[in-house]
Write a protein that binds this ligand. Structure first.
Ligand code: IPE
Ligand code: IPE
Ligand code: MG
Length: 237
């Protein structure tokens, strides 16, 4: 039953378990985050190989700012380093990098590195990699509501004409299709403020594997699980 229709167009991953992976090895949390880079590469390779068109990775939530400063700093450094080291390979693979979340909270350095990665990969046609950075769904929806309200107050939008499409188009994800499959590693069964609007009809999959141990084979397993699901969208066959 693995025809083309069974390949999700958009896979979104909540990359969780780095801290526990490090703890199990008597390492610092930041070492767990560093070990989380190879699984990103593996997921990209598997996504490209399977013909997935959009891959969203939840890399840093708005709540994650509340972690110890040392951990936050090491994550920022890791974002900068990996964006630089990975960009040539992303270009080679035809991957276009985009971002969702509010980037104004990042330092000038982080913002310029991210902008450079977006520019250098802008022509990628094979897959769009969407990094959720300083992202949370409630903050995204709140910003969308603010945008729509401002247009309405200025007389540009009739409140009675606001529909689901108006909301979708005001979100950071306006240009992208909704995720078909959301994967969260480490066995936690929650969304933690990730794509709440967009996940309305997504299939959810919660493998036990910790993110640093996630491999191409694990990605394939997630797709196989997806292929077995019967998506009904509230309808009857
Ligand atoms: C996910 O791993 C990475 C980020 C949130 C940045 P965690 O750091 O949440 O790992 P655990 O959940 O503590 O194991
Ligand atoms: C969600 O993981 C955020 C990311 C993976 C970037 P968390 O580890 O921050 O979420 P909770 O605290 O377990 O809900
Ligand atoms: Mg976690």
């Amino acid at each position: 039953m693995s025809d083309q229709n069974r390949i999700p167009q958009h896979v979104a991953i909540i990359m969780d378990g780095n801290g526990r992976w490090a703890e199990l090895r008597g390492k610092e949390r930041y070492e767990g985050h560093a070990a989380g880079i190879e699984p990103v590469r593996a997921s990209l390779r598997a996504a490209v190989r399977n013909g997935v068109k959009y891959l969203t990775l939840y890399a840093f939530s708005t709540e994650n700012w509340g972690r110890p400063q040392k951990e936050v700093d090491s994550l920022m450094e890791l974002f900068c380093q990996s964006v630089i080291s990975e960009t040539p390979e992303l270009v080679r693979q035809g991957v276009r990098v985009r971002m969702i979340g509010e980037r104004s909270r990042f330092s000038e350095k982080v913002r310029s590195y991210l902008a450079r990665a977006e520019e250098q990969t802008a022509d990628g046609k094979i897959l769009t990699l969407i990094l959720a950075l300083n992202y949370s769904s409630r903050s995204e929806i709140t910003r969308a509501v603010r945008k729509i309200a401002a247009r309405a107050a200025a007389g540009g939008t009739d409140p009675a004409a606001i529909d689901e499409r108006t909301v979708s188009e005001a979100l950071d994800t306006a240009e992208y299709p909704d995720p078909d499959l959301i994967v969260r590693t480490s066995g936690e069964c929650r969304l933690s403020n990730f794509l709440l609007w967009q996940a309305s009809y997504a299939e959810l999959y919660f493998p036990e594997v910790l993110w640093p141990d996630f491999t191409e084979a694990e990605f394939d397993r997630a797709l196989a699980e997806y292929a077995r699901r019967d998506r009904r969208f509230g309808l009857v066959k």
